[in-house]
Design a protein around this ligand. Structure first.
Ligand code: PMP
Length: 467
C-alpha cells in the first residue's frame, strides 16, 4: 500500500537526524562537514518509490545503489527470508551447506556463460571481487608461478572497498589519503569514447585501447600478468560504454597471453541490461570469472559471489593436486537467509518477465533521456538497458567537466529530490538506473523532473556567476 509509511512528526525527524549526524559514519563521509548535515532520512519504500521522513514520495532513480531490481515491498521475498530465518537462520559453511545455497549455486551456474559452473558466495560486491582476485592469486601460486600476480584494471573503474578490490578501482580522487596494493595493480586508460583524444574516431580509440593493453602486457611481461578485471560498462565511473568490439578484443589478448579475465557484473547482472548476465549476451565474451552482488537479492539482504570456469578450477582440483586449498571464506558465505531471498527474487524476475520487460522498455528510457542533450549544461547522455548517465559540461565544445567545487551532480540531485526524484550524483554526472519494474509514465516523470533539476541548477550557476 502506498501509505504504508506514515510521515514522522517534525520533532521525531529532527531528533533522528541529530542522532544520525552525531553517530553515523556513512560511506564516503565528508568529515569536513561531519555533524552538520544528515543524509536524506528515508522511512518507507514501495515499488519504484522511496518515501522520506517528511512523507514525500520520490522516484528511486538509482534503484538504491543499482540494486533494487524488482522494486520495494515484495512480500514474497520478505516471506522467503522469514521462513528461512525460522527454519534455519544460519549454517556454518565450514562443515555444512543448505538447500537454498545448493539451489542458488546451481541456478547461477546455469545463468552464467560457458563452463562457469562453480559458484562461491560472499557478503557483497567488494568481497566478491576480492575473493575472485584471491582465487587468481592462489591459482598461480599453487601452480608454481608466484611471479604471475599483476592485475590489469582501468581508469574510472570501481570494484569495491576492500583493500584489494579498492586497489583495482581507478578513481584518483579516492586514492589521496588511503594506501593501496600498488605493486599488484596496473591501470590502463578509461574506455571513455566521449572523452577520447581529439581527432580520433571511435574505432581508432578502440585500436588505441587494445594496443595500449598489449603494450602494457609486453612491458610488464606476460608471465607476470595474472588477470584483467573489467566491468562490462563502468558503472560508478559514469556509465562508460567501451567502444564496440573492445571486450572481445581484450579477451582475445588475455587468451593469447594466458591471462585470466574477470568480468565484474556486480551492476550489470540480474536484469539491468535485460539479461541474467551481460558478458556473453550483450558483449559476446565468456570470461573465466564473473562476479555478482546487488541485483541477486534486489538488495533485500546482502549477498555476492563469483562464478568460475570449470576448466580453470580443474587445473588445481582433484586428488593429483595435493594440498590445494583455496584459503578464503566468510562466516556468512552462502548465508541461507540471503540465498532464500535470492531465489525468491529470481522467481519474481522470471514470473513477471522482467528481463523481457527491460529489453522492451530500455529503448524508450534511453531515448527519453537523450532528449536532455538539448540542454546547454548537458554534454552527453549515454547508457544501455536501464543504466544511463547525464554528463554535464562547462561547454559542449571543450567537453570539460564542470569544476568539482561547483558540485553540479549534487546540486541537480538536491533540486530533483525537492521535485520527487532521487539522482545518483557523481561529480559532474547524474546516474540513472531505476528498478527494472519501471513503466513509461514513471520514466516520463523521471525525465521531466531531471530536466527541471538541470534547468534550475543552470539558473543557480548563472546567478552565482559560476557558468
Ligand atoms: N563492483 C562494482 C562494479 C560495483 O559497482 C560495486 C559497488 N557499487 C562493487 C563492485 C562493490 O560492491 P559492494 O558495495 O556490494 O561491496
Amino acid at each position: 500500500p502506498e501509505d504504508a509509511a506514515a510521515p514522522l512528526g517534525a520533532n521525531a525527524v529532527a531528533e533522528l537526524e541529530a542522532l544520525a549526524t552525531r553517530h553515523l559514519v556513512q560511506p564516503w563521509e565528508s568529515l569536513e562537514h561531519l555533524g552538520q548535515e544528515a543524509r536524506t532520512l528515508l522511512t518507507g519504500a514501495e515499488g519504484v518509490y522511496v518515501r522520506d521522513a517528511r512523507g514525500n514520495r520520490l522516484i528511486d532513480g538509482p534503484a538504491g545503489m543499482w540494486c533494487m531490481q524488482v522494486g520495494y515491498g515484495r512480500r514474497a521475498i520478505a516471506e522467503a527470508m522469514a521462513e528461512q530465518a525460522m527454519s534455519m537462520a544460519y549454517n556454518s559453511p565450514w562443515y555444512s551447506t543448505s538447500p537454498v545455497a545448493a539451489e542458488l549455486a546451481a541456478r547461477i551456474a546455469e545463468m552464467t556463460p560457458g563452463d562457469l559452473d562453480h559458484v562461491f558466495f560472499t557478503t557483497g560486491g567488494s568481497t566478491a571481487v576480492d575473493s575472485a582476485l584471491r582465487f587468481v592469486q592462489f591459482f598461480n601460486n599453487y601452480l608454481g608461478r608466484p611471479e604471475k600476480k599483476i592485475i590489469l584494471s582501468r581508469g574510472g573503474a570501481y570494484h569495491g572497498s576492500t583493500y584489494l578490490s579498492a586497489s583495482c578501482s581507478g578513481k584518483e580522487r579516492d586514492k589521496v589519503y588511503l594506501d593501496f596494493a600498488k605493486d599488484l595493480v596496473v591501470h590502463l586508460s578509461a574506455p571513455n569514447p566521449y572523452r577520447r583524444p581529439e581527432g580520433m574516431s571511435v574505432e581508432g580509440f578502440c585500436d588505441f585501447l587494445i594496443e595500449e593493453m598489449e603494450a602494457k602486457i609486453l612491458e610488464l611481461g606476460p608471465e607476470r600478468v595474472a588477470a584483467f578485471i573489467a566491468e562490462p560498462i563502468l558503472a560508478s565511473g559514469g556509465v562508460l560504454m567501451p567502444p564496440p568490439g573492445y571486450h572481445r578484443r581484450a579477451q582475445a589478448l588475455c587468451r593469447k597471453y594466458d591471462i585470466l579475465t574477470i568480468s565484474d557484473e556486480v551492476v550489470t547482472a540480474f536484469g539491468r541490461l535485460g539479461h541474467w548476465f551481460a558478458s556473453e549476451a550483450v558483449f559476446g565474451i565468456t570470461p573465466d570469472i564473473v562476479t555478482f552482488a546487488k541485483g541477486v537479492t534486489s538488495g533485500y539482504v546482502p549477498l555476492g559471489g563469483f562464478a568460475i570456469s570449470r576448466a580453470v578450477v580443474e587445473q588445481v582440483a582433484g586428488p593429483e593436486n595435493k594440498g590445494s586449498v583455496y584459503s578464503n571464506g566468510y562466516t556468512y558465505s552462502g548465508h541461507p537467509v540471503s540465498c532464500a531471498a535470492a531465489l525468491a527474487n529470481i522467481r519474481i524476475i522470471e514470473q513477471e518477465g522482467l528481463l523481457e520487460h527491460v529489453r522492451e522498455i530500455a529503448p524508450y528510457f534511453q531515448a527519453r533521456l537523450r532528449e536532455l542533450e538539448a540542454l546547454p549544461l548537458v554534454g552527453e547522455v549515454r547508457g544501455l538497458g536501464l543504466m544511463a548517465c547525464v554528463d554535464c559540461v562547462a561547454d559542449k565544445q571543450s567537453k570539460n567537466p564542470l569544476a568539482l567545487d561547483k558540485e553540479v551532480g549534487g546540486r541537480i540531485d538536491a533540486h530533483c529530490q525537492e521535485l520527487g526524484l532521487v539522482v545518483r550524483p557523481i561529480y559532474n554526472m547524474c546516474v540513472m538506473s531505476p528498478p527494472l519494474i519501471i513503466e513509461k509514465p514513471e520514466i516520463d516523470r523521471l525525465v521531466e523532473i531531471l530536466r527541471q533539476g538541470i534547468e534550475r541548477t543552470q539558473d543557480d550557476l548563472e546567478r552565482e556567476g559560476l557558468w
